[in-house]
Every structure is written in C-alpha cells, then in structure tokens.
Design a protein around this ligand. Sequence first.
Ligand code: ADP
Length: 168
Amino acid sequence: ARRTKTRIFLPHLVAAMEGVEETYIMIKPDGVQRGLVGEIISRFEKKGFLLKGLKLFQCPKELAEEHYKDLKDKSFYPKLIDYITSGPVVCMAWEGVGVVASSRKLIGATNPLQAEPGTIRGDLAVQTGRNVVHGSDSPENGHREIDLWFKEGELCHWVPAQAPWLRE
Ligand code: ADP
C-alpha cells in the first residue's frame, strides 16, 4: 500500500526511478552501545544514498523473530534473538540505484574477521555474533524489512538538494 500511494506516474519521474531500490539497514545493539551510530550512518550518507527513515528503537522479541524467521532452525538463532533485543537498535531505510548490493559491500562479510578492511564490519567488528550492522540481502527483502520495521508515517519521501550532483 505504501508504494502504490507514493509512486507518481509521470514519464520523466518513472525514468528517474529506474533501478532505484530500497534497503533496510540496522545498527545492532553492539553498534549503538559502542558509540558507532554516527560512524556507520556517515558511511551510507557519504556514499550518496538517500535516507528515508531513521529511528532508535527497542526491538520486541516477536519482531526480531519475524525479521530472522529464515534462520529459526540455526543453532545460533536463540542467541541471535537475545542479541538483537538486548538494547536499542537504529533502524534505517535507504534508497538509491543498486542500494541493496552496494550496502552489502559497504557492510562486508558476515564474519568480521573475513570482512575486507574498509568495510564497516572489516573496520569495526571482530565476531559474527557481534557484527554491528544488518543490511537486506535482496530488493524483495528490502521492501519486506522496511514494511516490517517502519510505519508509513515514519518514512519521508524527499529530494535532497544534492540530487543533481549525484546522478546525471
Ligand atoms: P548477514 O547479516 O551478513 O546477512 P546472515 O543472514 O547469514 O548474515 O545471518 C544473520 C545474522 O545472524 C548475522 O549478521 C549474525 O549476526 C548472525 N549469525 C550468522 N551466523 C552466525 C553464527 N555462526 N554464529 C552467531 N551468529 C551468527
């Protein structure tokens, strides 16, 4: 419902929308506790993606379970739910061309010891169970997770002043 409401069908606007995706990025409780919120947001901001939603949020258990439902048979699942609900997280919705795959690159490999230097996990974390940030793994999950974590009124659809300087 959110997307049909916000899409405006004018040809030049539709062309400008080509390849535009949205992704759900979340700073996990360790990132918040360690004071890495500004550092992590800054990396997405500097890259040139568009911030559409942002909130500090104490995640209820049911929401953590829904978010990670595909992992419920994994041995680490109970610890993962405890971790994600152990303190506030920062929820973000980012938009841009190719934002899903590009964000995964900015974030780095799931195991921070295997994440390349220069990535968020490569620079800021050491353990898979404390890997500071989440990013959607597909455009479909980007939509699904943004719908799951945000209410319609919490998202802003706006054009930043720098838009012409980011895309030709
Ligand atoms: P990613 O977050 O990189 O997409 P996954 O979807 O595979 O990775 O896993 C989701 C999250 O579950 C990871 O980011 C991490 O917090 C946790 N996790 C994954 N594998 C393990 C593991 N072997 N031990 C502990 N936690 C894990």
